[in-house]
Design a protein around this ligand. Structure first.
Ligand code: SF4
Length: 294
């Protein structure tokens, strides 16, 4: 069994190696600041919330320079993608956004940007701008979809529907922008059967790239309280590998799969404690997939 993996695909997009450098550009999130809700998604760790006015944060340029210094030791010829990862990286006015993205792109050896955001935080003027930017640089817009089930989205206090995700992804794709999505398997109320029901719905979205994560219960989250009061089932490694194999078999062959797990810092993670690094999990998964005919 094969899938189109992000690592191979990204190597084909550039004549050199590229590495993402994560940036915290000081954005907030409408699901945190009271615009939609002040609680945030139940799985999201409020303790990591750093308000935009927090001036202890390093500049975008400095964060990229530090990131480059870290990787350049090993690979002097490496180029970089600035990954606007923390919180909602389109949640500001367009002039501010342009300044931030262009600051990142002005750093030497930064050859593109990846913008992580919510599907309810994308506007026509921003898409107009990104469409033009995309003509001369590499751009990926990545949306948190999390689930295709509106009941689940409500239960995790996501603050948007699946239809909202579909519309944002459609509009982004229509602009010729590379479009990514992020989903979580094992959210409260969703068993393996429900995830498999959703797989074709996710696959039917005009996404280029998909990231899949297992649900993790993180300290300081609403989900952690829910879990303490009434523990719910979290996948074991074997159960999750079984599910991923079945899930991937229901996805389009041309969908690029970027990751299958996330690995939260051990001191923040309540459960499940798999004790595996991302690459160790992926190796286990690939090993299992090898034995499954295409
Ligand atoms: S997961 Fe994203 S959208 Fe949800 S509260 Fe956290 S930062 Fe906001």
């Amino acid at each position: 069994m094969k899938y189109r993996d992000f690592g191979t695909w990204i190597r084909q997009q550039f004549p050199y190696r590229v590495q993402k450098i994560s940036i915290d550009a000081g954005f907030t999130c409408p699901n945190r600041d009271g615009s939609i809700s002040s609680g945030g998604c139940t799985f999201c760790n409020n303790q990591t919330f750093s308000p935009a006015f927090c001036n202890k944060r390093k500049s975008i340029t400095q964060q990229l320079k530090d990131g480059k210094a870290f990787f350049a030791h090993k690979y002097p010829d490496m180029k970089y993608l600035a990954y606007f990862q923390s919180f909602t990286n389109t949640y500001a006015n367009i002039e501010q956004l342009k300044r931030m993205y262009e600051e990142a792109l002005a750093v030497d050896d930064v050859v593109g940007i990846v913008i992580g955001t919510r599907p309810d935080c994308i506007s026509t003027p921003l898409l107009d701008y990104l469409e033009i930017l995309n003509r001369h640089t590499f751009v990926i817009v990545e949306y948190g979809i999390e689930s295709a089930n509106n009941r689940t989205l409500q239960r995790i206090n996501r603050g948007h529907t699946f239809e909202c995700s579909r519309e944002a992804i459609q509009k982004t794709h229509e602009r010729g922008l590379l479009t990514g999505g992020h989903i979580i398997l094992g959210l409260p109320g969703e068993d393996a059967q429900e995830s498999l029901r959703q797989a074709p719905l996710i696959s039917a979205l005009p996404l280029d790239i998909l990231k899949i994560h297992q649900l993790q219960v993180i300290k300081g989250t609403a989900l952690a309280h829910e879990y303490a009061k009434q523990p719910f089932h979290l996948y074991t490694v074997d159960e999750y590998i079984d599910l991923i194999i079945r899930y991937v078999s229901l996805l389009r062959d041309d969908l690029i799969l970027e990751r299958f797990v996330s690995q939260s810092p051990a001191d923040l993670l309540i459960a499940p404690k798999w004790g595996l690094k991302n690459y160790e999990f992926t190796n286990l998964l690939n090993q299992r997939m090898k034995n499954i005919p295409d």
